[in-house]
Design a protein around this ligand. Structure first.
Ligand code: NAP
Length: 286
């Protein structure tokens, strides 16, 4: 690479990308730490992703986040992929190295686990069975990070059973995790909440513009922690019902904020904090 610029640039590549809250988060931290830099939105069509990634090096950009629909294709274009991201099968963060190599990471699992710990400092994945709804990109990050944290039993439910089964087989292939994730038919999800210590929604049901998640919580222990990856709205009908029956609930905002921290540190050299001020600023835009 050429001369190192005193002004550090980063951003997020997606299609569409205008809705992303990442610029608000990173530019807040840049200002708070008095850094010279900026974080922008890069609207990159799928056919242009390779050229856009190569452009990072040419422009001296420190790196970027990648979001839908680029998370899998971008991974294939990296010079090096972090082992955790490789196991997840997708990246969400790219760091341009001094020698111009592109290194890919995935911080979604870190964001998820950290958001649970922020809500319940003594939370442990080993407490008891987890129920996970959904088998898309967010589910991959959630399941793998729960397994890495020592979860022994994950009951997985997805509307399309083949996708859940595919995840089970992938994770079983990771040696020590064989038999820990079991897929069950979607219609059996209500009764499967009995004895659960953690309930996670990673489907898009309950998101702004979507129907509410259809789930009867009667069998869920009230001590179970309940997480929804959705953050628009901040409290989905599912989270509201869980809260009203006495469960501790966590929305997806903490996951979003926490996944941004390691990326910011890699690009700007400062480990940033999630302050109430930052949370309020983001909430005001939702
Ligand atoms: P995705 O890969 O498209 O997966 C969507 C999931 O929703 C699939 O399991 C899908 O099931 C399920 N689904 C869709 N319509 C459904 C319906 N009518 N009934 C039941 N299930 C349905 O999406 P993703 O990237 O995993 O994202 C999922 C959610 O997590 C989104 O709301 C997203 O905003 C949120 N998210 C939050 C964060 C964060 O930082 N907080 C990060 C990532 C994602 P099928 O397989 O049957 O289609």
């Amino acid at each position: 690479m050429g001369e190192k610029s005193p002004f550090t640039l980063a951003g997020v590549m997606g299609w569409p990308v205008a809705h992303s809250r990442s610029p608000l988060i990173h530019n807040h931290w840049i200002a708070r730490h008095g850094l010279q830099g900026a974080y922008g939105l890069f609207a990159v069509e799928p056919k242009a992703i390779e050229a856009a990634l190569r452009g990072l090096v040419a422009l001296g950009i420190a790196g970027c986040n990648v979001t839908i629909p680029h998370k899998v294709r971008a991974m294939e274009l990296m010079d090096h992929v972090d082992p955790l991201a490789k196991r997840m099968g997708a990246i969400n963060t790219i760091v341009v190295q001094r020698n111009g190599e592109l290194h890919g990471f995935n911080n979604d699992g870190f964001g998820f686990i950290q958001s649970l710990k922020d809500a319940m400092p003594h939370w442990s994945a080993k407490t008891g069975p987890a129920v996970v709804l959904g088998a898309g990109g967010a589910a991959r990050a959630v399941i793998l990070s729960l397994l890495d944290q020592g979860a022994q039993e994950i009951r997985l439910f997805n509307r399309t059973p083949q996708k859940a089964q595919q995840l089970v087989e992938e994770f079983a292939g990771l040696g020590p995790y064989q038999g820990r994730v079991i897929a069950h038919p979607w219609h059996e999800r209500h009764g499967a909440l009995a004895g659960a210590a953690l309930l996670v929604n990673t489907t898009n049901q309950g998101m702004h513009g979507q129907s509410a998640l259809a789930l009867t919580l009667d069998d869920l222990p009230t001590q179970a922690l309940v997480f929804d990856a959705i953050y628009i709205p901040l409290e989905t009908p599912f989270l509201e019902s869980a809260r009203l029956r006495g469960n501790t609930t966590v929305n997806g905002l903490g996951m979003l904020l926490n996944q941004a921290r390691p990326a910011f540190e890699a690009w700007f050299g400062v480990n940033p904090e999630i302050t109430p001020e930052l949370r309020h600023m983001i909430v005001a835009t939702l």
